[in-house]
Design a binder for this molecule. Structure first.
Ligand code: NDP
Length: 326
């Protein structure tokens, strides 16, 4: 028997409790993993609180990512003792996930842990950090260079945002961080590498179709009016990598930035991202993130603390990355 956070539903309300489960209860899969660490992402917040209604089948073990060691495998790519990372693929949404001491998953969903990494480091990066790297790579592939101008990161205090700020600064971009918590998190964002920190309210307005040109690139985790304003402020030929909806899934924009300024909108998904691209992004993010990121922008919690932190993340009250130690 081992510990797991188990979600149940009663009269449309989601309940989250730590309880003992057995290996026999785990879903089918090729690889059984001893989970060392998981992490808390926005989607985990939606799942654990039930606010997002993203879980269809109960009981469910949430946790959209984990890192650990293979106990047994029926797939030739993995053997007992191998260290692995999992993010995405609907794990923690429709297949029991990482907020448990053991998980059984498909071999296709795993990535071998890079040599210079450990489980804690992997989950301090986690789904959010991997997604931030994919956003930065999308901007690079769209040809956005540090010399082109400022890059805006929205939802900058969050997991994806704080990693994106750090990665872009490490790569030499001039980063402008947008946050709803400038007073609280401005000093941290500057320390991570932001050259300027602006109030979210500056962007959360009804923008005109085209505004004064400000951004060569954008990493957006927020959506809605914030993204619409950022698009109206894009420089000619700029690109926006968008991955999130912390401010809502709407996008009240016009065609103007795209047809008059040649702006590119780059959708970023880490959930079903192909293996090679995923593996390359893991290598890059681990190489680029400085030790100071882990020290300054990460905190660690226990399984029992997850429900409390899940409430906090959906209220936009979590800063940086939250590691869950199993
Ligand atoms: P976090 O909660 O850690 O970060 C989100 C940040 O957005 C907050 O810290 C806050 O930053 C800001 N924010 C929160 N609420 C609001 C609001 N109502 N209006 C505007 N801004 C708000 O979440 P993650 O970093 O884990 O995820 C960020 C987003 O990216 C989520 O929507 C998530 O679902 C999405 N995502 C998508 C992935 C993909 O594959 N496409 C993968 C991973 C995440 P501040 O206080 O600084 O403004």
């Amino acid at each position: 028997m081992f510990n797991a956070l188990v979600l149940t539903q009663e009269e449309k309300l989601t309940h989250a409790n730590v309880r003992q489960i057995s290996e026999a209860e785990l879903p089918e899969g090729d690889v059984l993993v001893e989970v060392a660490c998981s992490s808390l992402n926005y989607k985990d917040g939606l799942a654990v609180t039930g606010v997002g209604r993203i879980i269809r089948n109960f009981p469910m073990v949430p946790g959209i990512d984990f890192a650990g060691t293979v106990i047994e495998s029926s797939d030739e790519r993995y053997k007992a003792g191998d260290r692995v990372i999992l993010t995405g693929w609907g794990v923690g949404e429709n297949h029991w996930g990482g907020l448990a001491e053991k998980a059984r998953v498909k071999a296709d969903w795993l990535v071998p842990m890079p040599d210079d990494c450990d489980a804690a480091k992997a989950m301090q990066v986690g789904t959010a950090g991997l997604t931030a790297m994919l956003c930065v790579q999308a901007l690079q592939q769209a040809g956005i260079k540090p010399s082109d101008g400022d890059v805006l990161v929205t939802g900058a205090s969050g997991g994806v945002g704080s990693v994106a700020v750090t990665l872009l600064a490490q790569l030499g971009y001039r980063v402008v961080a947008s946050s709803g918590r400038v007073e609280q998190n401005g000093p941290l964002l500057s320390k991570l590498g932001a050259s300027e920190v602006i109030e979210r309210s500056e962007l959360e307005v009804d923008a005109r179709p085209l505004e004064k040109q400000r951004w060569a690139g954008v990493v957006d985790t927020v959506g809605n009016k914030v993204l619409a304003t950022a698009l109206a402020q894009m420089q000619y030929g700029g690109a926006a990598a968008i991955c999130g909806l912390a401010g809502g899934f709407a996008l009240p924009t016009t065609v103007m930035p795209f047809i008059l300024r040649g702006v590119n909108l780059l959708g970023v998904d880490s959930v079903s991202c192909p293996f090679e691209k995923r593996q390359a992004a893991w290598q890059d993010v681990l190489k680029l993130l400085p030790a100071s990121y882990y020290q300054d922008a990460c905190e660690a919690i226990t399984l029992e603390q997850v429900p409390e932190f899940a409430q906090r993340i959906i209220k936009g009250q979590v800063t940086g990355r939250v590691l869950v130690q199993l």
